[in-house]
Design a protein around this ligand. Structure first.
Ligand code: GDG
Length: 491
């Protein structure tokens, strides 16, 4: 069984006197000003939710963009502070970006270019030269922070995600004895899809600066190997899953990311959660309706309109369930500066209005839309109070929401409706798997979820809990760290 303690011991024995440095765009704690007070928030991001327990277990430094409006007020001269604020376990070093840098690197190249490029959700990527140049500059800026943090010591640098594809090579060129690994949190598409990126060569060569490159599933590893094979001069060893480029080897491996099962399971059982469930019921005027839940960062990859259309069809086909089911769509808007995200928000608003307009009766309305940043307590209460939870991504790397749901259901109840286009669907085979594009099948899955007998719900939930319990975030990190130390760099 993998726990925080076993990871902590593994970290101590394997990392030895190496510094452990995690680098990501998003920071795990954001300080913002609310009136006269400074508040510390946990952002809605699968990446930070997954990495924070790892850092708590291993210690070290996490380097990330300081995005909160009060971030500068709580750090030292190097931009550092100890976190979590109430129980410090590691250092957070904040990188400051100008608005122009954030626009070009984060909103522009990362999220209008690479994000739609890697997710097959039929949103066209936008590639602007100016964004690309800013992306390169910001990767350099992160490299400076990493190198200054390392100084003359030895280090393992664990880079996260598509915002920092050029960073591994930059670090390796300047400090070859550093061990560098990267985890790519989103899918990797096939070579046909990837090659429309005008700067694919530089991105691929940047990634081959890693000693180890991880994806959620083997399929993404294969796509990456195929992309390299087609795009650049390199030796691709499909037996060993290794790529050699310019005399340097990169291992490519799948590591399915996960959640801290034990912690979620424990928190789910706290009395405050029951009180919060009552509060939510009262606030939303719920009686004894069955609750369906969709909980996401509002993103066009998550298939939110698709699930609303399925709810609409379900209510049309099964009128007996009207007034007996309420679907709560909850979660925080993200990247709203980008046009496609604005359009998505408008589409969701219009669908909610249409469905409620069509079916609402008396006090009852079928869809409740909570478009706000919800506290971890409220999220937990929502997960616990629902009969079924819907994860309908059009394409997703893993999708942690799908794993958080069974981890929260110590009562062994609740049904998960899950898209087969998520990494999580490979493991959570006791979910009701349904293609979000097939609205008819989707509506049937909702009907199956609400009508499912208690013993079947229990059997499926028990199995899913077992899978997440065994394959938790500590196993993910332990596997990566164990593989990382096999690299003998620069000796
Ligand atoms: C990327 C990949 C991969 C949601 N709303 C709120 C909130 N959340 C939390 C959820 C969950 C997290 O955000 C979302 O994680 P996901 O994994 O589902 O999705 P992405 O953010 O797109 O993550 C994904 C992941 O990286 C990790 O590798 O699984 O495939 O796309 O934890 O509960 N949290 C708070 N308020 C909200 O309103 N506090």
């Amino acid at each position: 069984m993998h726990t925080r303690e076993t990871l902590s011991q593994l970290g101590k024995s394997k990392l030895g006197d190496y510094l452990f440095i995690v680098v990501s765009n998003r920071e795990p704690y954001v300080h913002t000003r609310k009136g006269g007070d400074i508040k510390c928030e946990v952002p809605a991001s699968g990446l930070t939710v997954a990495l924070d327990p790892v850092m708590r277990a291993c210690g070290g430094t996490w380097i990330a963009h300081g995005s909160g409006d009060a971030d500068m007020e709580v750090v030292d001269k190097l931009g550092k502070l100890s976190v979590p604020p109430d129980d410090p376990k590691y250092s957070l070093r904040r990188v400051w970006l100008s608005k122009q840098q954030e626009d070009g690197y984060y909103y522009g190249f990362s999220n209008e270019g690479l994000w739609p490029l890697c997710h097959i959700a039929y949103t066209r990527p936008v590639f602007r030269e100016s964004d690309w140049l800013t992306y390169k500059k910001v990767n350099h800026l992160f490299a400076e922070h990493v190198l200054s943090e390392i100084g003359d010591k030895k280090a393992f640098v664990f880079v996260q995600d598509y915002h920092l594809a050029l960073l591994p090579r930059m670090i390796k060129e300047r400090k070859p004895d550093t061990i560098v690994a990267q985890f790519w949190h989103i899918p990797w598409p096939n070579p046909e899809a990837f090659r429309i990126c005008p700067w694919q060569d530089e991105i691929l060569k940047g990634l081959l600066g890693n000693d180890l490159l991880g994806f959620h599933i083997r399929y993404h590893c294969n796509n990456f190997m195929d992309t390299i094979d087609r795009a650049i001069e390199a030796r691709v060893d499909r037996e060993r899953y290794e790529i050699t480029h310019g005399g340097k080897k990169t291992a490519v491996c799948p590591y399915p990311i996960s959640v801290d099962f034990e912690e979620i399971d424990r928190e789910a059982q706290e009395e405050v959660v029951t009180a919060e469930m009552e509060k939510i019921r009262a606030r939303l005027g719920l009686r004894d309706e069955l609750v369906g839940l969709g909980l996401d960062r509002i993103d066009y990859t998550k298939g939110i309109p698709d699930r609303l259309r399925a709810m609409e069809l379900f209510l049309e086909k099964y009128p007996d369930y009207r007034q007996r089911v309420v679907f709560i769509q909850a979660g925080v808007p993200s990247r709203i500066h980008i046009g496609t995200y604005k359009a998505l928000n408008e589409e969701i608003d219009a669908l909610v209005e249409k469905i409620n307009g069509k079916y609402a009766a008396g006090e009852w309305k079928p869809i409740v839309y909570l478009r706000e940043h919800l506290s971890p307590l409220t999220l937990m209460a929502l997960r616990r109070m629902c009969r079924f939870s819907v994860v309908s991504s059009l394409h997703d790397g893993m999708n942690l929401v799908a794993k958080e749901f069974p981890a929260s259901r110590f009562d062994e109840d609740g049904v998960l409706i899950l898209s087969p286009f998520t990494g999580a669907s490979r493991e959570l085979t006791d979910a009701l798997l349904v293609n979000p594009y097939a609205t008819d099948h989707f509506a049937e899955a909702i009907r199956k979820a609400v009508a499912m007998p208690a013993n079947e719900r229990q059997r499926r939930m028990r199995n899913m809990r077992q899978v997440v319990r065994e394959n938790n975030i500590y196993k993910w990190a332990g596997d990566i760290i164990s593989d990382l130390v096999k690299f003998d760099c620069g000796e």
